[in-house]
Design a protein around this ligand. Sequence first.
Ligand SMILES: [Zn+2]
Length: 62
Amino acid sequence: MKCSLCGFEFKEEEGQAACKGCPVSRSCSLVKCPNCGYEIPKEPGFVKALKKWKERIYEAKR
Ligand SMILES: [Zn+2]
């Protein structure tokens, strides 16, 4: 995923690891950018599925 603040691209797991020290909850819904520390809301599963579905349609048209 891509940081909307600095544009740094990183894996979702990397961002989660950056936020694991969070004392409020172990599994918060934010992903922290390893580059600038900006916290981005995680993409819900259905959004990912929708993106994949759209990509498939684009590929079929080609
Ligand atoms: Zn960032």
